[in-house]
Design a binder for this molecule. Structure first.
Ligand code: ZN
Length: 452
């Protein structure tokens, strides 16, 4: 593999150029800005790397960029990425403009540099290196790059169901991983599901003078009372049946979680916290973080929240509410239980509007052969023991890949713990960018048929 590694080192400038081209192109799935142009750009980059490429339509969303490159062996690795990014706001908190990629001290700063155009560019560099050094790929590679991951991939599951044959693969490498605070490579084998709703309480037809609070209902109070019934101060979700479908984690997954190095001090420092919820620390903290479902108030809005005083009785109150789900919990089921609970507690007047169709949790077993391959390759390239997350606390559209197409899936990537995805000054370090490309090369090397 040294020949490929050397080539990747020599051509890092070219790989960086590719990344800069990608990051200069805004691609906001929240507004649609630049998505078509980015899909075209990604397709042409795949073509330049040797892929047979097409833009495949989705039902109502931006196209999926699809590429296929046959190698010496029919063993097929599917690479999943997305070409959309989160909105860059608040712009004032960026050191340099988000769509003008800027190099500072071994880091490239730009919206999308980490999440996840850096990963796309690193993977393309690996494919190019094999073709330039050896003339071909030892295995076959399929590349699926969607354009609406950052808004919950609403059309991806239907797209996959229609293209089962096209997407047939032996294993899948996901995006979104990288190294931890100690530089150890992180491999992730699952995601939580999600359901996200907006609750709205309505009172009078319009805002009133607050002296009317004696006799006019206040929707802000209604909403606060309703929210208070959803979770106790013991952090348990109080919706009846919420935990009924939860499948307890397997012993091997618990053991893997317990091996994850504690980086609590770094995390607390980064977040400016004195301690975590329930005073948890060590393995119980990690287990709760990975395997517990959540109920989170993501936003609250009502009345006047500007500077100074406004004596107003609001006409409406809204809350954004999110549930992260663990294996066997289903978005529709949780939504129904939420509605039923609110009605039963006398809050049937509060409307519950799902803001996306939700995502199911997904999980690949530690025993899948590809997981051993990805871990060994990481050990070789990073010179450190990989950290294996049996699942992660966040969400992605992994369920149809793993549980409908039956493809074992692991996340790898080029991020570092201070990459700031979704936030101002998003960035990657150039050394992680190179290591990510080498890691994929080492994985492909291990999957290659032995030369006769
Ligand atoms: Zn993201």
């Amino acid at each position: 593999m040294q020949d490929i590694f050397r080539h990747l080192e020599e051509r890092q400038g070219q790989a960086l150029e590719t990344l800069i081209r990608l990051c200069r192109q805004p691609s906001l799935s929240a507004t649609g800005e630049g998505l078509a142009a980015t899909a075209d750009l990604v397709a042409s980059l795949l073509q330049e790397a040797g892929f047979q490429t097409s833009l495949l339509p989705t039902q109502g969303g931006p196209p999926v960029v699809y590429g296929e490159l046959a190698g010496r062996s029919p063993y097929t690795l599917l690479l999943y990425n997305h070409y959309d990014v989160q909105p860059p706001e608040p712009l004032a908190l960026w050191t340099a403009p988000p769509f003008e990629p800027t190099l500072r001290e071994d880091c490239l700063f730009a919206r999308g540099a980490a999440d996840n155009k850096g990963n796309i560019a690193a993977r393309l560099a690996t494919v190019r290196a094999f073709r330039e050094v050896r003339g071909e790929l030892p295995i076959s590679v399929k590349f699926l790059i969607e354009g609406e991951e950052e808004v919950g991939s609403p059309h991806l599951a239907a797209f996959l169901r229609q293209r089962r044959e096209l997407l047939r693969a032996d294993a899948c490498l996901w995006e979104g991983s990288g190294v931890d605070w100690d530089g150890r490579p992180v491999i992730i084998l699952g995601v939580k599901g999600i359901v996200y709703v907006e609750l709205e309480a309505r009172g009078a037809a319009r805002d009133s003078h607050s002296s009317w609070a004696t006799v006019v209902p206040n929707p802000a109070w209604r909403l606060v009372w309703a929210l208070a019934t959803l979770k106790g101060q013991d952090e348990r979700v109080a919706i009846p049946g919420f935990y009924d479908e939860v499948e307890p984690p397997h012993a091997a997954d618990l053991a893997a979680a317990d091996l994850i190095p504690a980086q609590e001090e770094e995390q607390k420092r980064s977040l400016g916290l004195k301690g975590f919820l329930l005073d948890l620390a060590g393995p119980p903290l990690q287990r709760r973080h990975l395997f517990e479902p959540t109920c989170t108030i993501c936003g609250l809005a009502s009345g006047y929240a500007g500077e100074g005083v406004k004596t107003v009785l609001p006409a409406a109150a809204r809350a954004k509410l999110e549930f992260r789900l663990v294996p066997r919990q289903r978005p529709e089921d949780i939504l129904e239980k939420l509605r039923h609970h609110l009605a039963r507690r006398g809050f049937g007047d509060i409307s519950v509007k799902p803001l996306d169709m939700g995502e199911l949790p997904a999980h690949t077993s530690l025993e899948e052969p590809i997981i051993g391959v990805v871990a060994e390759a990481a050990r070789e390239v990073y010179g450190a023991e990989p950290v294996i997350y049996p699942t992660m606390a966040a969400t992605g559209p992994m369920h149809p890949f793993v549980h409908e197409l039956g493809i074992p899936t692991a996340s790898t990537g080029v991020e570092h713990p201070d990459s700031r995805p979704h936030a101002p000054d998003e960035n990657i370090r150039l050394r992680d960018f190179l290591l990510g490309a080498k890691h994929l090369a080492a994985i492909i090397g291990r999957l290659s048929p032995r030369r006769p």
